[in-house]
Design a protein around this ligand. Structure first.
Ligand code: ADP
Length: 881
């Protein structure tokens, strides 16, 4: 046996081998050492023909799922070697084979999976500067593929799917991506696989064969050379680990990252879309607010909607129309929700049915879910918006499937499929006959028992049964001498004897025979039912997706009604106009409607960039995130928390908010901040929305102010970027830029002074804040009085007047010159700092100014000259715009 073990283990060196021995899965040697620690189970030893006993530990087979889950969660892979023959029937050693390898990305047991989240296995292939990415959730059958060409985009995709396992080619490790960081940051198990998984031809073949197509163009994959390899590798890996046909993976969907709004990794984190920044929880996120879905499929789909907002107006409007129609028919909507409520996770149930791991209770859950479909379809029939009609059409009531299970499977069946007791009477004649024989047999046994009791006069004579000895008569010792000669002794106990008779043996044969045959017949019948459901996988998956869609729209509509959201207008003119907007999450976390609503107006012209000032705690970041979230909500098709909104579609949202400490990766806060700023400046377009909070905070005042200033100039220049931007800052000097840079407008969040204290009004108003109120905020926070008093003294000494005056001068100069050199493309921008002197000294207007002989000029001359110079300046400024 140990030899057999070693041979099997050789094939799965990177897995912990679960080796089936009777009722246990045993592990040996290194595996036993690792697993006993990881699972906290006792380590023992076993003779193995070597000098030392082999370390060994084991887990009972009936509880294997929970142990597998624990190991996989810790990042291990487990190979399960089953006994392939009944021990009684085997000649010599029982044959064993690895029937499945369980890995983080391929585990399907329900306790291991979060039902509101997909569990993705991701394949990444790096070839000639391109990353091919494929992600598959084998518990639901989802499979998508794409390509990107920078590691930043790659990280964005990884972040979007947050896979639990990543497989990659060796070149990927060489591509400059830090695999360790990948592991730490995404908690994914990353492994580079053997090159044979990434052969171009073998990948294409795997996909062609799985999807039964002659050419990959049939799958829409012709433009995805590297993507095909990633998808093919994933397919082969799944086949190798699951050793099953995976029929529920019915489609592969290629997508381009440009199809959706681009939200980079740090923006996803900053906006707390699906998990909070610190605690990584759902409570306190946009998902938490919007997710009132009733089914697991709906919950997963809504998450995808949030992670991939749309960029095409028509699609957004189609979704809005569905939400609106449900709003107007809220009684029908509530009725649909009632029917959605009892629906189980059809996609994952379908996965288990295809996998042949579904048990009778799964089928009953499946049937109970299907029973809801005709009702939902019926109600949907009353709706007229295009999307709801489409969902109605996609939804197959699956009555035949429902009927089949209803006829075949008992309402409350056992979990196991090998012990019978799950098939209904009347479903199969042979099963009925065997069941009858079994019950008849039991009556016969009762008759035999009373007959023998009478014959022998032993009053306590009883027919009993156990698994080892079958049926027997039990006679207590006090009646032993009354036992007749035809009783054949089977077993002696301390206080009783057990016997059989020829008649009892005959009866036993009939009963046990019938029982055995019934058990195996029921198993066969069950498998037939399961297989015929599996053969309808496409119909069921399509229906499950439709159910998910309906669920999402009911959820969006329910939230919109309850929270007083409005339907935003959608425009392609780049205008973002929000009246009385609210932060969807903060308003919900607050009791008693304390949230103060605020307006927003941004466009691609005079209101491109809002410089927002106000003391700490005034509500600047809340306001800016609110705008970003409202835009994102509008683009995913949701209604928005506002009184009115008109949203110009944004291609990307970038945020640089607060100090997102990245201590784990060893970068300083300022470095992280600047890396993010660099990314934004390089990747934003004029159709992007930028939310920048306190750029430059992480360094000295002068450097910080200069960087912030220069960034504003760059962003607001339509020649260089011209993106709509909310820019919060505590550098009041920056308010000087309004009027000198076109498109910049000052806003501040109002506060009221009350003696020495301040009251936050939370209202955004035009104009710049003149004070930072830092000391008052410190006082509010409870900094000791002596420190506050001393700070005030120092502040008076260190008046900012000088910086402000100097800033005003620079602002005036930069309004007359072009501070940044013309740069054709953002990524070719020379980010070297320019001194103002350099820029100014060669300027002809400046030179002329310099050379004016004021002492010889009349006031009128001076006026006329100034007028001429100013006109030239203005014309030049216009040209530059
Ligand atoms: P800042 O970025 O200016 O330092 P924050 O946006 O972090 O301020 O806001 C500070 C606190 O003020 C938030 O935690 C929130 O509770 C509250 N707040 C912000 N905006 C509003 C608002 N519009 N209405 C009510 N409370 C608000």
């Amino acid at each position: 046996m140990m030899q057999q073990y070693m041979e099997t283990k050789k094939e799965y060196p990177d897995c912990i081998l679960f080796y089936r021995l009777g009722d246990f899965y045993e592990m040996f040697f290194e595996d036993a050492l690792t697993a006993s620690k990881a699972l906290d189970i006792t380590l023992t030893g076993r003779d193995c023909g070597l000098e030392e006993r082999a370390p060994m530990c084991g887990v009972p087979y009936h509880a294997v799922d929970s142990y597998l889950y624990k190991l996989v969660q810790q990042g291990y892979k487990v190979a399960i070697a089953e006994q392939m023959e009944e021990p009684g029937q085997a000649k010599g050693l029982v044959k064993r084979e690895v029937i499945r390898v369980v890995t983080p990305g391929t585990i399907t047991s329900s306790q291991a999976l979060d039902e509101t989240k997909n569990n993705y296995l991701m394949g990444i292939v790096y070839l000639d500067g391109v990353y091919g990415i494929a992600a598959s959730d084998i518990s639901t059958g989802d499979f998508v593929v794409t390509e990107v060409d920078s590691d930043r985009e790659l990280f964005d995709e990884i972040n979007k799917f947050s896979p639990s396992e990543i497989i990659c080619n060796h070149a990927f490790y060489m591509s400059g991506v830090d695999a360790e960081e990948l592991k730490n940051r995404y908690h994914a198990v990353v492994s580079a696989l053997d090159p044979r998984f990434f052969g171009d031809e073998s990948c294409r073949k795997a996909l062609r064969e799985h999807f039964h197509v002659g050419a990959l163009s049939g799958l829409g994959l012709e433009d995805y050379g590297t993507g095909i390899i990633a998808a093919g590798a994933v397919m082969q890996y799944i086949y190798e680990t699951q050793k099953s046909t995976l029929e529920h993976i019915t489609t592969i969907t290629p997508y381009s990252t440009g199809q959706y709004m681009v939200i980079d990794t740090s923006t996803r984190r900053n906006l707390e879309l699906v998990e909070t920044m610190r605690e990584k929880q759902k409570r306190g996120t946009l998902l938490w607010v919007l997710d009132k879905t009733k089914t697991a499929m709906g919950a997963r789909l809504l998450r995808t909607y949030i992670e991939q907002p749309l960029i095409y107006k028509e699609e957004i409007i189609r979704r809005q129309a569905a939400v609106e129609e449900l709003n107007m028919n809220y009684i029908s909507r509530e009725e649909i929700c009632e029917y959605l409520n009892p629906i189980y996770d059809l996609e994952r149930l379908m996965g288990r049915i295809s996998y042949k791991t579904a048990n009778p209770r799964d089928l009953i859950a499946f049937k109970n879910s299907l029973e809801m479909l005709p009702h939902i379809k019926g109600i949907l029939g009353e709706f007229s918006s295009a999307l709801l009609k489409e969902l109605e059409a996609e939804m197959d009531p699956l009555e035949d499937m429902c009927r089949l299970i209803d006829e075949a499977i008992l309402e409350e069946p056992p979990i196991t499929i090998r012990e019978g007791g799950m098939i209904k009477d009347g479903y199969n004649e042979e099963a009925d006959r065997l069941r009858h024989a079994k019950t008849e047999g039991k009556t016969w046994l009762g008759e035999l028992e009373s007959r023998e009791r009478e014959k022998t006069g032993i009053k306590t004579l009883k027919v009993k049964f156990n698994k080892v000895f079958g049926y027997y008569f039990e006679v207590t010792n006090s009646f032993k001498n009354q036992v007749p000669a035809y009783f054949i002794r089977k077993q002696t106990l301390t206080n009783a004897e057990r016997y059989t008779t020829d008649e009892l043996k005959d009866l036993e044969d009939i009963i046990m025979g019938a029982e055995d045959r019934l058990v195996s017949l029921e198993y066969e019948l069950f498998c037939q039912v399961r297989d015929s459901i599996a053969s309808q996988v496409l119909r069921i998956q399509r229906t499950a997706k439709a159910v998910a869609g309906v669920d999402v729209f009911c959820s969006l509509s329910g939230v919109a009604t309850r929270r007083n959201y409005v339907k935003p207008q959608i425009n392609e003119k780049g205008v973002i106009q929000i009246k009385n907007g609210r932060h969807p999450v903060v308003e919900q976390m607050m009791r008693d409607d304390l949230f103060v609503a605020n307006d927003t107006f941004l466009d691609n012209g005079k209101n491109r960039l809002s410089v927002i000032t106000g003391p700490n705690m005034a509500g600047k970041s809340t306001y800016m995130r609110q705008v970003a979230l409202i835009v994102l909500m509008a683009q995913l098709g949701s209604f928005v928390p506002a009184q009115e909104a008109d949203i110009g579609i944004c291609d990307r949202i970038f945020t640089r908010v607060g100090a997102s400490d990245d201590l784990a990766s060893g970068q300083s806060t300022f470095m992280v901040e600047m890396t993010e700023v660099a990314n934004i400046l390089r990747n934003a377009t004029k159709n992007s929305l930028l939310v920048l909070d306190e750029i430059g905070r992480g360094t000295s005042t002068f450097d910080g102010l200069s960087i912030a200033w220069s960034v504003i100039e760059y962003i607001s220049s339509p020649r260089l970027l011209g993106a709509k931007t909310l820019f919060a800052t505590h550098y009041h000097e920056l308010t000087e830029l309004e009027g000198s840079i076109a498109g910049v407008k000052n806003y501040c969040i109002a506060v009221k002074e009350q003696g020495d204290d301040i009251v936050f009004l939370r209202k955004i108003v035009r104009g710049g804040a003149d004070k930072s109120y830092g000391i008052q905020v410190a006082k509010l926070a409870g900094v000791p009085d002596t420190v506050i008093a001393r700070a005030k003294e120092i502040a008076q000494e260190l008046s900012n007047a000088d910086i402000t005056a100097r800033a005003r001068e620079i602002a005036e100069i930069s309004s007359s010159v072009t501070p940044h050199k013309a740069v054709p493309k953002p990524d070719e921008v020379d980010m070297q700092q320019l001194t103002f002197f350099d820029t100014v000294k060669d300027d002809d207007i400046i030179r002329e100014l310099d050379e004016l002989e004021l002492s010889t000029m009349t006031p009128l001359d001076a006026m006329n000259t100034l007028y001429r110079l100013q006109t030239r300046l203005k014309n030049r400024w216009k040209e530059n715009q």
